[in-house]
Design a binder for this molecule. Sequence first.
Ligand code: SF4
Length: 497
Amino acid sequence: MSKTTYLSKTKYCMGIQCPKMLWLDENKPEVGEKVLLETVMANGNLVGDLARSYFGEYSLVDFSYIKSEMTEKTKEFIDSGCENIAEAAFLYDGLYCAVDILHKNSDGWDIIEVKSSTHLTEIYIEDMAFQYYLLRKCGLDIRRVFNMHLNSAYVRHGKLDLKGLFVLEDCTDTVTAKSDSVKHNIAKIQNYVSVSEEPVRDIGLYCENPYECAYRKYCGKHIPEHSVFDLAGMFAKTKYKHYHNGIISYEDILNNAKAIKLNAKHRRQIESILFGRPDEINTVNIKAFLDTLSYPVYHLDFETFQHAVPEFEGERPYMQIPFQYSLHIEQEDGSLEHCEFLGKEGADPRRALAEQLVKDIPVGVCSLAYNMSFEKNVIKNLAELFPDLSEHLMDIHDNMHDLMIPFKDQDYYSAAMNGSYSIKYVLPALYPDDPELDYHNLDGVHNGSEASAAFAGMPSHTPEEIAEIRSNLMKYCGLDTYAMVKVLRKLKEAAGR
Ligand code: SF4
């Protein structure tokens, strides 16, 4: 690491997870993939900004690329008696950190590390231990170290209550217990990063934990197309154990089937690909599933967004807020009617959505969702929020069936599903090369994350752009339920109906 490149708390945590990640970040960032989503970053910034007011008035150290300007400003604030300093910056012997909140008490300073998550994790402890080490080296008397994160149980009623929204966890004991290891880790990371030749390091569980590494594809380029990492529903720990034992390709796995106690589902996943097996269909179970449905069938799909900081009445951090749905109503003869709802940009969409939903889906009918626990949860939240609509909403909830079941149970299995029962695998497996069902052919919105981001970003667009985004959103969500209609059709064909 060059003299002008400081080891920051982010880099330190990266080096703790895997020093090669930091080396690549410093020397070959172009081989990595973008992992952090814009909405995640926006949530983090919003939470960080709000948290600054937790202790009342504060002084902010403005960001500067010249770190010494930030440390001088920090010193100024400390010397002038400020009690709360946001982004308090410190430099010591090639190390740098900006503390989210530095809070003064009668007997010393408290370090407050703010996170937009809803719980404390081990890597946050490392982060705080680095700050504690550095601030003490800079001569600060540190009293306690806290992690401040969102309270998942907080429900917004009226004005935002910061004391209810945030949880302050005292981590002083665990952080101070790490003091000795921080010095050792810093030396190790700085040595590792200082070499000019790319270090050799095999992939391991640390590629996924605590964060998914942006260089996973680059470091795993020796992994064959179908490998142990594709086995559905297997713990990452087990996958890496097999990998380190040289059991990597599907052929390796079959050759070691007995030793690794290969289960029937994994055997099916592997053999259907290696031996090109035709679709496996259990007509008895599929007929039994179809018999649970009654016509007309209401194919339903919601799109939702999440706020880290609740904006609406009755909202919790990261609660799924529905802003759109698509509904295909299918009669027994296969004829279709389509209804949809898309909330108005910049406003709470839930009341209008709930009112429209109970108009579109009558009491007592059969509704169908793919992975219904998501749709059911959204409806239950709406029912809790709107008692006057609760009975009708819970009727929809209680009469819902899950189209995913025959695929989850592998009563209909195609090699192309590669062990997955996600509709993103099931649909192209059932309808390969069908442009009508190909999400790639849509404009602007191709998946749920893009839909959430498109809706959230609408208020900043012109009316013409908003009209286009709304059209893209409706086409996307409409395809979700049309895809369900087509999936159900395949099941009916398989059952001879
Ligand atoms: S993919 Fe794994 S080995 Fe490669 S840099 Fe990332 S964490 Fe390290």
